[in-house]
Write a protein that binds this ligand. Sequence first.
Ligand SMILES: Nc1ncnc2c1ncn2[C@@H]1O[C@H](COP(=O)(O)OP(=O)(O)OP(=O)(O)O)[C@@H](O)[C@H]1O
Length: 264
Amino acid sequence: MTLEAKQVSFSISDERILHEVSVQIKDKQFVGLIGPNGSGKSTLLKNMYRLLKPESGTVLLNEQDILKQSSKGIAKNLAVVSQETPVLFDFTVHDLVSMGRTPHKKLLEFDQERDFQIVKDALNQTGIAHLEKRSFSSLSGGEKKRVMVARALAQQAQVLILDEPTNHLDIQHQLQLMDLIQTLHLTVVAAIHDLNIAAMYCDQIYVLQQGRIVCFGTPAEVLTPALLQDVFGVYADIQTHPLTGKPYLMYIPEQFAKEDLETT
Ligand SMILES: Nc1ncnc2c1ncn2[C@@H]1O[C@H](COP(=O)(O)OP(=O)(O)OP(=O)(O)O)[C@@H](O)[C@H]1O
């Protein structure tokens, strides 16, 4: 299953937030969106999961215009873990994760044995089975994040949209979550702040700056010292990790970087 934004533009109160942005996620590809705060990553993702409607351009889910598909049809194919955790009532963890099954059921249909098993698997995969009876509002930020991921897994969609999936997670849970998502072999697009995480897990990376794609390619093609300086205003030494074969970044405080530039 594929997901594509084609020439998507979007404005808020006459201010252009996205400028003809095109992003293509092929079947089972893991694509990262990186860019400074306010560059438009969440806005682009919201256009891609139909929370916002592009001013111009189209979003295609499996080559069909997403605006012409039914909500239930989309929910069967596409799951979202957004930055917000919208909870109007105080559900238990189990209830919330079970909601992932809704698109697969008829109106008022009860959970079947298969639904219980899928929910149980999602709770186990995200390491939150021990929390299933807890109320969602009592959880820590990282625990809440894992519940939202479990709900997305229970949805069993082939396409996953993740807005900062590792936000709030400690380093062990960050790596576990990214490993898990990678092993599911889904079509994934994720906004990621941690560039080493993006380098390690993404097949392709798109770089957003002020609402425009300024670069895309493999992590090794995209993550260069020049790009980090231009887009993020930081200095970094970038090596290829001998075990993973992926780029890894070591940031250099400005004072040392400038001293180095002066002496060379
Ligand atoms: N509802 C809104 N009203 C006004 N401005 C908005 C609104 N939503 C987003 N923006 C603006 O649009 C721009 C892009 O925001 P967006 O949240 O998409 O960026 P981002 O790249 O996801 O940022 P971050 O890395 O900080 O999460 C920002 O300047 C933001 O202030």
